[in-house]
Design a protein around this ligand. Structure first.
Ligand SMILES: [Zn+2]
Length: 218
């Protein structure tokens, strides 16, 4: 699909230092091979590539990947409920009851504008990570462990897509992804809060672990 530009992994500490040093963000160049695309294109590409990746992974293990039943954009409070729980603004989620993913498109498009397309290529693979956990029957005692594994899956998915040439990483993309994670991190290390996603640093470490070692390292 496009030219392959291998990503040379930097030590985590350097990555984090660059993340901390970066401010005054401008929209970085596009991450996928086609380059000129809209928010909707990026969302569609992220979904398609992520599902193709997981289908291959399941095939390799002799398992059958079950595609999500629906992929639902919403605005504000208009989203679908999940098991009786209403959806909330500024969120994306996987619902195990209906095996679907839904996302606040206004919120995600704002992130796409502010932080670049890496935000879409992070959030969508993260939610697909939850759908894979559901299919594999992965259970954790603490919610944060589920969340960090989904971040790790997102990292593993993205590195596989970059290595296959489906996505092209450009200088700055790695930082863009890590900044998106930092923005999504919980402000405190609140491990017992069921809603906790982990601190920004924990999320970055989980993402980098998957990015370097692949989904098998998650
Ligand atoms: Zn999550």
């Amino acid at each position: 699909m496009g030219s392959l530009k291998p990503v040379i992994p930097r030590p985590l500490i350097v990555v984090l230092a660059l993340v901390l040093a970066a401010c005054g963000l401008t929209r970085p160049p596009s991450m996928d091979a086609a380059e000129e695309d809209s928010f909707e294109d990026d969302v569609r590409t992220a979904r398609t590539l992520t599902e193709e990746f997981w289908k291959q992974q399941f095939d390799r293990l002799g398992e059958t990947y079950r595609p999500i039943a629906d992929f639902i954009p919403y605005s504000g409070t208009s989203g679908p409920s999940c098991g009786g729980e209403p959806s909330v603004p500024n969120n994306a989620f996987y619902c195990p009851v209906g095996h679907f993913i839904a996302y606040d498109q206004d919120w995600m498009e704002a992130l796409w504008n502010e932080m670049g397309d890496g935000s879409v290529y992070l959030i969508i693979p993260h939610e697909f990570g939850h759908s894979v956990q559901a299919q594999l029957g992965t259970g954790f005692e603490l919610n944060v462990q589920m969340e960090l594994q989904a971040d790790c899956y997102a990292g593993g998915t993205l590195s596989a897509l970059v290595n296959s040439g489906a996505l092209t990483a450009q200088p700055g993309d790695e930082n863009e992804l890590l900044l998106s994670l930092a923005a999504a991190g919980d402000p405190t290390d609140d491990w017992l809060n069921p809603a906790a996603h982990g601190t920004a640093e924990q999320r970055q470490q989980a993402f980098v672990q998957g990015y370097r070692g692949g989904v098998g390292a998650c």
